[in-house]
Design a protein around this ligand. Structure first.
Ligand SMILES: CC(C)(COP(=O)(O)OP(=O)(O)OC[C@H]1O[C@@H](n2cnc3c(N)ncnc32)[C@H](O)[C@@H]1OP(=O)(O)O)[C@@H](O)C(=O)NCCC(=O)NCCS
Length: 144
C-alpha cells in the first residue's frame, strides 16, 4: 500500500501540481495552509513526489466530510485513493468519529465506483449547486 502522511506546508506546490495534472481548479493557497495546519490534509508518497492528496472539513463542527480526493492520472488504480482514505479514517476513528461523509458528482462514475468499493453508501443528493450534475452524498461507518 502506498505510504501516506499528514501534509506539511512544504507540500502546497506539489498539491497544486496534482490539481493541474487533473485539469481541476487550483486549491487556494491560504485555504490549503489553514487546512494543513488544522490536520485536515493527507498526502500519498511516490518516491520524491506526491501521487495524491485528500482534504476534508468538518460539517456542522462535528461530522467529517471529504472535500477532495485527487490522484495523479499516472498513479490511478494503484491503491493511492484507498490508502488516503484508510489513513484519514484511522485518524477520524481515533478522534472518536463514528462515521464520515464524502460526495461526488452523479456523472463521476469512477468516483462512485471507488466510494462503493471502499464501503460508502448513498445517503442523498443535492441539486441546484451551479454544476451540471447532482452531487451525490455518501456515508461510511468507522470502526471504533
Ligand atoms: C476517484 C479516484 C480518487 C480513485 O483513486 P485511485 O487511487 O485511482 O483508486 P484505488 O486504486 O485506490 O482504487 C480502489 C478501488 O476503487 C475502485 N475503482 C477505482 N478506480 C476505478 C475505476 N476507474 N473503475 C472502476 N473501479 C474503480 C476499485 O474497486 C478499486 O479497487 P481495485 O483496483 O482493487 O479493483 C481517482 O480516480 C481520481 O483522483 N479521480 C479524479 C478526481 C476525482 O474524481 N475525485 C473524486 C471526487 S472528489
Amino acid at each position: 500500500m502506498p505510504d501516506v502522511r499528514g501534509a506539511t506546508l512544504a507540500d502546497i506546490s506539489a498539491i497544486q501540481d496534482i490539481d493541474r495534472s487533473l485539469d481541476q481548479h487550483l486549491s487556494d493557497e491560504t485555504v490549503l495552509q489553514h487546512a494543513i495546519e488544522s490536520g485536515r490534509v493527507a498526502v500519498a508518497l511516490a518516491g520524491d513526489e506526491l501521487s495524491g492528496y485528500l482534504r476534508w472539513e468538518w460539517l456542522w463542527d462535528h461530522i467529517p466530510l471529504c472535500l477532495f480526493v485527487r490522484v495523479r492520472p499516472s498513479h490511478q488504480r494503484t491503491g493511492v485513493g484507498r490508502a488516503l482514505y484508510a489513513y484519514v479514517e484511522a485518524d477520524l476513528a481515533g478522534r472518536g468519529c463514528e462515521f464520515w461523509l464524502s460526495s461526488s458528482e452523479e456523472t463521476n462514475d469512477r468516483s462512485l465506483r471507488f466510494h462503493r468499493a471502499l464501503g460508502f453508501r448513498l445517503i442523498g443528493a443535492l441539486s441546484d449547486l451551479g454544476q451540471d450534475a447532482r452531487e451525490i452524498f455518501m456515508r461510511k461507518d468507522l470502526a471504533p
